[in-house]
Design a protein around this ligand. Structure first.
Ligand code: ARG
Length: 478
């Protein structure tokens, strides 16, 4: 590990970062370089500058209304903050040495308006400030992820509609079980995304609680109107307890969980498609634009996109676990531990921000091999149909299950498909089996026989498609 340069490691020489600091009056020495390096959060939290500026402008209004600022000072600070925002949009945060985004915004404000900038932080603490900024940022980030989820949901739904009449084995325990529709399989991966969007919509309500006006822990010393602040910043409600509000990161944990669960859903979709794109299955083939090659094996068409989608779920889970572990021992109120929340939350959003569009693109460009799917349907998948037919002729299911089991054994023994067991052999097991074999019908008949709502029948898939089109048409948000 690189050591900090000897000469400077414990000096008090003012670095550019120390030139503007929000604290320090009570110390003789400035922070050591080692502490500064550990403590600085600007490399992570610089992303909050638009929220920091917006919340600061709302705070300026609130201070103006209680007479802490004259109307002239209020205008000066608001204009100054607009200039600060322009400079930050032009990259003023890049390479800045400030401790955090709040310090950076305040330093730039001093540069714009001079000493009156020192009035901005009246009655406010970075504790309520950072909680406010992060909540504002999270609201936007949720809306972005929600849009991406809707796009993926729409792609899955569209591909499912195309694939409604393609039949393939449905699997449980990794074993061929019963015939299903390809569209039905895709929809089994679309429904979890509906729940994900509901989870975000629900979490969003709790994210939209305003902490500003909580001060450091006990409320603000100035009678600012928190309801007006809430309206100005687009929050739903005002936090009820300042000590709770400044230390509460439930909203981060909740959103990190929702993100990790999206990751888990995408991982399951991806795992299934990695399997289906193998030469052994050959059910699907990735489009060229979503395939990767091998440096050694010229023939390879690798599903990196789905392998990475699968892997990134581990990272998302890591973000959640790290966050909960950070929170679990903390007393009420703000502790600096909470500074770690942002790196984890940003990482989770960034990770899904990469995975979601790539997954959507890969789904859109996937081609399907209907013949390979159909070829994988072997007669043993009719075993349940046969048992059901015996039930219709009055045999109790437990008995018909046993009888068809014997038929399966005979077929295996004779090395013939289940529906080719010689009539006399079947009749010797049970007189009804011959008739049942004759009644089996087509693969389509088999799928259609499972017509309960939510089943794999055509009507069920059509009605699911309709519900999902509606669910993914709306984009959530405020
Ligand atoms: N950078 C800090 C964080 O992200 C801001 C809040 C600091 N508060 C404090 N009292 N030092 O949590």
């Amino acid at each position: 590990m690189a050591r900090p340069p000897e000469t400077e490691s414990h000096t008090t020489a003012p670095s550019p970062a120390a030139a503007h600091q929000m604290w320090g009056g009570r110390f003789t020495l400035g922070p050591s370089q080692a502490l500064d390096a550990l403590n600085r959060s600007l490399p992570v939290d610089h992303r909050l500058w638009p929220q920091d500026v917006a919340a600061s402008k709302a705070w300026v209004h609130a201070l103006g209304r209680v007479g802490v600022l004259t109307p002239a000072e209020e205008t000066q600070l608001l204009d100054g903050l607009d200039h600060v925002a322009e400079r930050l949009a032009d990259g003023a945060a890049v390479g800045a040495a400030d401790e955090d985004v709040h310090t950076l915004v305040e330093r730039l404000l001093y540069e714009e308006v001079g000493a009156v900038a020192g009035k901005l932080h009246t009655g406010r603490s970075r504790n309520d400030q950072v909680a406010t900024d992060l909540r504002l940022w999270t609201l936007d980030a949720i809306d972005q992820i929600d849009r991406e989820l809707a796009l993926l949901g729409r792609s899955l739904t569209a591909r499912a509609a195309e694939g409604i009449d393609l039949l393939l084995p449905g699997y449980t325990h990794g074993q061929r079980a019963q015939p299903v529709r390809w569209g039905y399989v895709l929809l089994a991966h679309a429904w979890p995304l509906v729940r994900d969007r509901q989870r975000f919509a629900d979490a969003r309500r709790r994210v939209a609680e305003l902490p500003l006006g909580s001060g450091a822990l006990a409320g603000s010393g100035f009678a600012v109107d928190r309801v007006l602040l809430k309206e100005a910043l687009g929050f739903r409600s005002v936090s009820a307890n300042a000590l709770d509000a400044t230390g509460d990161r439930d909203f981060v944990a909740e959103v990190a969980f929702a993100l990790a669960l999206v990751g888990t859903h995408l991982s399951r979709l991806a795992a299934e498609l990695v399997l289906y794109s193998s030469a052994e299955f050959g059910f699907v083939r990735l489009g060229d634009e979503f395939s990767t090659g091998s440096s050694l094996l010229p023939q390879k068409r690798n599903p990196d996109v789905f392998e990475l989608a699968r892997a990134k779920s581990g990272r998302l889970l890591g973000d959640l676990v790290a966050l909960l572990t950070t929170l679990k021992g903390l007393p009420a109120g703000y502790s600096k531990d909470l500074q770690e929340d942002k790196a984890l939350l940003f990482d989770a959003f960034d990770t899904l921000g990469l995975v979601l569009p790539a997954t959507t693109g890969a789904i859109e460009t996937l081609s399907v091999d209907a013949d390979r799917m159909r070829a994988a349907l072997d007669a043993s998948l009719r075993a349940t149909d046969l048992a059901d037919l015996l039930v219709e002729s009055g045999v109790p299911f437990r008995e018909s299950h046993r009888l068809v089991g014997r038929l399966v054994r005979e077929a295996e023994h004779a090395g013939v498909p289940l529906d080719r067991v010689p009539g006399p052999v079947a009749a010797a097991i049970h007189p009804g089996l011959g008739a049942a074999l004759a009644q089996l019908g087509t693969w389509e008949d088999s799928v259609e026989s499972r017509a309960t709502p939510g089943g794999a029948s055509r009507a069920s898939v059509l009605s699911q498609l309709e519900s999902l089109r509606a669910a993914f048409a709306a984009t959530g948000g405020s």
